[in-house]
Design a protein around this ligand. Structure first.
Ligand code: SAH
Ligand code: SF4
Length: 392
């Protein structure tokens, strides 16, 4: 049998072979050491595979050409290598590139490469869909598909890195968990992914940011980790009542509890937290909210990103007018809060959270099917929040 005939692609749930990309580097080392020892191969074979895994973009063991053919075959029989295929690649006029990845079972998730003058940021997805049901978010409206494995999250980085190298985008400097899904509702996969990106792929912890809508137990777990991963909180309102209308999870983890957890995170490692504030016209941009936002940000020394709302297909909300965004910026600035206004990137390719998948579903299933999907809100009670780590 040649290496290429080994079954390297099956829906992950039905494949008994461990996925090397789902394991943290110490586990990869141990698994490979045991494998090669049983095959009476020299110890350096494990290092050869690890080098292919972390330093190259090869998607099959067959391509690991410095290993003997029979060893490549044996590897493919013992292990698999998560390698989602790009369903579509959309390139914006501003250089933003969106990949829609098709997983082994057909699930679609997206990742976005965002080049700026001095760096390349990759935005990755942690779940197929999202169960949180935030009213302003296309992913929320699409509902929950399933948890991604660590390998499926890591593969977005690995495959995007390869694409970026091949297309002269240079190295990826930052990774943000701001694609589809709530990363802290998939902690079983996200914790190892953080370790793999950091220890395997050598990305500094400070260059990796987890964005959460407020899963308090997850924030506390992140605070307890020794590495200095970044944290972004999708705040969107300093007022608990308004926030709960935008973000159903607010009812479960109300703002006071959330801000306590953020304080714990900041104190644990001296790391700065970012507040994300999507500004929606007439919804969360009342002038009176700006000083309240400033007070919350000052309390935890947060940096604030003001992001004009990116309209989504399911409701008619609009971004705040520029003068109101500027009012918020000035109020925060004058209160001594570090603040930036973020221009939405990749608008022409629907690079807002969840939109490409939503559009792909429209194409695959027809607009009526998507429009009549039950609101994600209805599923919020299930696989989220506290016990979330156990649902993957
Ligand atoms: N679930 C996590 C991470 C993914 S969402 C979270 O919510 O933090 C990434 C960011 O995109 C979040 O800050 C989210 O609030 C924001 N977002 C979602 N829909 C948006 C829209 N239509 N316009 C602008 N920002 C949006
Ligand atoms: Fe999920 Fe984040 Fe969208 Fe809310 S904003 S529905 S948590 S992806």
């Amino acid at each position: 049998m040649t290496p290429s005939t080994a079954p390297e692609r099956k829906p992950s749930g039905t494949d008994p072979r461990p996925d090397l990309l789902s394991l943290i580097p110490a586990e990869v080392e141990a698994a490979l050491a045991g494998h090669f020892e049983r095959r009476k191969q020299p110890g350096y074979r494990a290092d050869q595979v690890a080098t292919w895994l972390y330093e190259s973009g090869v998607t099959s063991f067959a391509e690991m050409t410095n290993l003997p053919l029979e060893e490549r075959t044996a590897l493919a029989e013992a292990f698999r290598l998560e390698a989602p295929e790009a369903e579509t690649i959309s390139r914006s006029s501003d250089g933003t590139v969106k990949h829609l990845w098709r997983m082994g079972d057909g699930e679609l998730v997206e990742s976005v490469l965002i080049p700026t003058s001095d760096r390349l940021t990759l935005c990755i997805s942690s779940q197929a869909g999202c169960a949180m049901g935030c009213t302003f978010c296309a992913t929320g409206w699409g509902g929950f598909g399933r948890q991604l494995t660590a390998g499926e999250i890591t593969a977005q980085f690995r495959n995007s890195r390869r694409w970026a190298e091949e297309n002269d985008y240079g190295p990826i400097n930052n990774v943000v968990f701001m694609g589809m899904g709530e990363p802290l509702a998939n902690r079983k996969a996200v914790h190892p992914t953080l370790t793999i990106l950091n220890q395997g792929f050598g990305l500094g912890a400070r260059r990796i940011t987890v964005s959460t809508v407020g899963v308090v137990p997850g924030i506390r777990e992140l605070a307890a980790r020794p590495e200095q991963f970044g944290l972004a909180l999708s705040l969107h309102s300093p007022d608990a009542e308004l926030r709960s209308e935008l973000i159903p999870l607010e009812k479960r983890h109300p703002l006071p509890e959330l801000i306590d957890a953020i304080e714990e995170f900041v104190q644990a490692g001296g790391r700065r937290v970012t507040f994300e504030y999507t500004m929606i016209r007439g919804i969360n941009d009342a002038e009176s909210l700006a000083p309240a936002l400033a007070a919350l940000a000052r309390r935890v020394h947060a940096f604030v990103n003001l992001i004009p709302f990116n309209p989504i297909p399911y409701q008619d909300w609009k971004p705040s007018v520029p003068a109101r965004v500027e009012y918020f910026r000035r109020t925060l600035d004058e209160a001594g809060v570090s603040v930036a206004v973020r221009e939405p990137r990749g608008r022409d390719i629907d690079a807002a959270c969840g939109q490409l998948r939503a559009n792909a579903l429209v194409q695959i299933e027809g607009p009526d099917t998507v429009g009549s999907r039950p609101r994600a809100r209805a599923t919020v009670a299930s696989p989220t929040g506290d016990g979330a780590g156990a649902t993957g």
